[in-house]
Design a protein around this ligand. Structure first.
Ligand SMILES: C[S@@+](CC[C@H](N)C(=O)[O-])C[C@H]1O[C@@H](n2cnc3c(N)ncnc32)[C@H](O)[C@@H]1O
Length: 316
């Protein structure tokens, strides 16, 4: 199957995670079509990767693509935080490296068939794992106007959230909004004409907000970071790539809190409050080089942050 997603910040992730030729285990906690894993496995012949995705369909595409690496690649289908939290039951091997590339893949927009894109007419589902949770369509049908407006504003930064929520509620009295094109058309009607003529489609922020809500992305993130940091081997490294400000803020604060108040970097250990000691590897978020931003426009909003686990002893 043709690959549709271009991985972002590959060189930067390699530089932060620092795999070496002799091996080690990396967990690719958001495997997608396996773009990062493909690059890592090709470049580091001793490396093994365990690839996790909550979406069976995209994982199947990755399985086919990565089959050339034989037993150097293995898979887990499900949410990464559940995997890390239950590491013992999964064989118990602690990873030397963890990569988390948040959000959804370009695959979801073009092949997902679940209403991720306003350029296709599909049922409004937007769940990464369509067997669990509440779909975007169900949220639009159930939430009171005020909650809908808050969701669009808080998750998507949509400044016309109130107007959009009002029209959704008015429309659903006649018939609930069920498809991606119907929602895109409704948003276009709800917003001022000048906004409709802006550089991005007026429904962009509404779609982002609904996707975040349907997958409970911001609620899941702290548990994912916590479980990943605790699963990591002492000496191991974790890199997280995020794509919107809510996510990045959460990662930044979480890492800073775990690395201690001084936020120093370099070789001096920073003592966290618990028994685990972490060092911040990225004093500032790392973004794409100009060449990557030009070649792959979705990379423009990508930000990478990384930490190293120094030890698990008491840092005192
Ligand atoms: C941005 S894409 C990853 C792209 C991938 N790095 C590549 O190069 O092809 C994120 C992927 O992770 C999955 N995903 C997102 N959050 C997840 C989580 N908490 N647990 C498991 N899978 C997750 C999504 O289904 C999606 O396929």
């Amino acid at each position: 199957m043709e690959v549709v997603h271009t991985p972002v910040l590959v060189e930067e992730a390699i530089r932060c995670l620092r795999p070496d030729a002799s091996g080690g285990l990396m967990v690719d906690a958001t495997l997608g079509e396996g773009g990062h894993s493909f690059a890592f496995l090709s470049r580091f012949p001793g490396l093994r990767i365990l690839g996790i995705d909550a979406d069976r369909e995209i994982q199947q595409a990755a399985r086919e693509r990565l089959a050339v690496f034989g037993d150097r690649i293995s898979f887990y289908t499900g949410w990464s935080q559940d995997f890390f939290a239950d590491l013992e039951a999964q064989g118990g091997e602690r990873p030397d490296m963890i990569l988390i590339d948040l959000g959804v893949s370009h695959f979801h927009y073009v092949r997902g068939g679940r209403g991720f894109s306003f350029q296709r007419d599909e049922e409004l589902d937007m769940r990464i794992d369509p067997e669990r949770g509440e779909s975007a369509g169900a949220l639009l049908k159930r939430l009171p106007e005020r909650e809908l407006a808050d969701l669009l504003y808080n998750y998507g930064g949509e400044r016309f959230s109130r107007r959009i929520a009002r029209l959704i509620v008015e429309e659903r009295r006649r018939s609930p909004v069920r498809s991606s094109l119907a929602l895109a058309e409704l948003v276009s009607r709800a917003v001022p004409a000048a906004y409709r003529r802006g550089p991005v489609h007026p429904a962009t922020r509404t779609f982002l907000a609904l996707r975040i809500a349907a997958n409970r992305e911001l609620e899941r993130l702290p548990a994912l970071l916590e479980a990943a940091m605790s699963a990591l081997k002492p000496g191991g490294r974790l890199a997280v790539i995020s794509f919107h400000s809510g996510e990045d803020r959460l990662v930044k604060h979480y890492f800073r809190e775990r690395c201690g108040p001084s936020r120093r970097t370099g070789d001096a250990p920073i003592h966290g409050e618990g028994a685990e000691v972490f060092r911040l590897l990225t004093p500032r978020a790392v973004g794409p080089q100009a060449e990557e931003a030009e070649r792959n426009p979705p990379s423009r909003s990508a930000k990478l942050r990384a930490v190293e686990k120094l030890s698990e002893e008491d840092g005192a």
